[in-house]
Design a protein around this ligand. Sequence first.
Ligand code: FUL
Length: 648
Amino acid sequence: MKKNLLALTALLLGPLASLHVSAAPATTPPKAFGPVPTDRQMRWHELELYAFVHFTVNTFTDREWGFGDENPAIFNPTAFDADQIAAAAKAGGMKGLIFVAKHHDGLCLWPTKSTAHNISATPYKNGKGDMVKEMAEACKKAGLKFAVYVSPWDRNHAEYGSPGYVTTFHQQIDEVTTQYGPIFEMWFDGANGGDGYYGGKGGRHQIDQNTYYRWKEVHAIIRKNQPDCAIWGGNYNEGGITHYGDCRWGGSEAGHVNDPCWPTVSSKKNQMTHSEIARGDRQGDVWCPAEGDVSIRPGWFWHEKENSRVKSPEKLMNIYLECVGRGANLIVNIPPDRRGLVHENDVSSMTGFGKHLQATFATRLEQGATCTASHTRGNDASYGPANLLDADRWSAWITDDDVLTPEVTFTLPEARTFNLIRLREDIRLGQRIDGVAVDAMVDGMWKELATASNVGAIRLLRVPQTTATQVRVRITKSAACPALSDFGLFLEPKFETWIPPIGAAPKVASTIKTKGGWKVVSASVGEAGAAIDGNPATFWNTHPTGKEHTLPQDFVVDMGSEKTLKGFTYLPRQDKFTHGMVDQYTFQISLDGKTWITAAEGEFGNLRANPIEQSVSFAPAKARYFKFIARHCLEMNHAIVPEIGVIE
Ligand code: FUL
């Protein structure tokens, strides 16, 4: 683009410049198409990959969502080491780190003046600690950018639901954006489960996300304190126009985003549907790109039982390609354990992933290529295809306004072998391309290797391993003359089998008992056999005939013989629907099927966004029978139970 700017300068300076530049008439630069990113968003796009760090009382209570009634005394990491956490992120190739400074349980991990429910009330450093400060400093040392998550939903705060809490929330944002140096992103989760401790009052507070938090003021605080900071979430509608932050959720907590995933959304929509969030809106008038998020483990917080369920480097790479490779940014969560350290298995996987990224992208196999394009804007070399090969990722090959489907051919110095292709377009001119295809010359014939329905900030295409001397990129559809700005060829190495260093044998799988010999003794409604048949696709449904049976509902299982139980598991439905997902349960056990004791009672958190198998531990007890009672559901007043298991 630098070269294009020269042409623009020549155009603006007119005859005077032509004396010094050249006699040829300067080419008119293309007009932007649709909305374009701000400078702040451009810097955000360039980050691509960063870490999340979820740490709070949940780490010590084995929950995903704290209720808000936790005693801060339990938050007592024995060896918290911000440098170790930053090093783990760095090893994974992350460019930044988002620290969860306050999760839904309300415990602030910095000595805020806004509430006594903060790190000063914990045993950490005898109440003199400030983890936000430690993390910010560790990131700076490690060369990582730093960002903060402050949960709007606060299940501890006595005034949650009334205006008093919102003032507190704003104060918290003001504190974290003024006391810890540059912050690249502020993350505002939309979760609101309603009930909580709320200063001991309990009850439910279902707030209006659009109006309650006064997002307009939040935006103003952040813009004033941290003009470069991207705001995630925090949208508000005023006078029929929706004002967005700088980036949006990618639509799943599994990391990947939709294909295609557009960086644009509409200001005319008050509420986006889930699929609009995931896809974006090609016709949208606001640039608000997606960010995928995923935890390296099933849950967002560290749980011992998940030490053996850390995602492998290969799995992380697949997610990376389905997120960053589709133009979105990706956050990978590495939750510290009760020591306050990223667990050895997570460090090992992150390191493997980081090395794999490094090995994949270290060598640019298109280097030394020559290229010819079917067309170049104004026949002007400053818009020529050489821009695709230079070090500036945004300098672009651009055609005349009416040339929408050009192609460019790269001739490599010798036959080279690759299996990954990278494309980008100069998004400062908007997202223009609606279709692209890549071919390689194999045995004297063009062979199509991949197609995609958009490009955007970055597009990574895995292709079959190919050896070729020529590669061709065809723009097959464009909304305005295309501005492709980067072309890269890479050879992604094969993965070795990854073995987690600690407890390689999956602990959870070995403790969950197979269900042979089990039988359902009774069910309050319907047939509950599907809840113990080992098939996640079939389920106990308490409105089997369409008739609404209200909750609570229960069923009883005879395990055939007496066992020592240490816990149970509940698998929520996996078919993308949330109706009937049980979020409040009671689990009872019995030796004779007549006298029952309650082994566990509680809530499953975050099912809507992350419907993974839930496991609940309790003090070991002997039992032959168990009773699962569904007390409350996420949506609709009936229960769906695909699978219940026990932990022995
Ligand atoms: C969710 C939260 O409810 C989870 O606990 C986690 O923080 C995740 C990143 O966002 O919606």
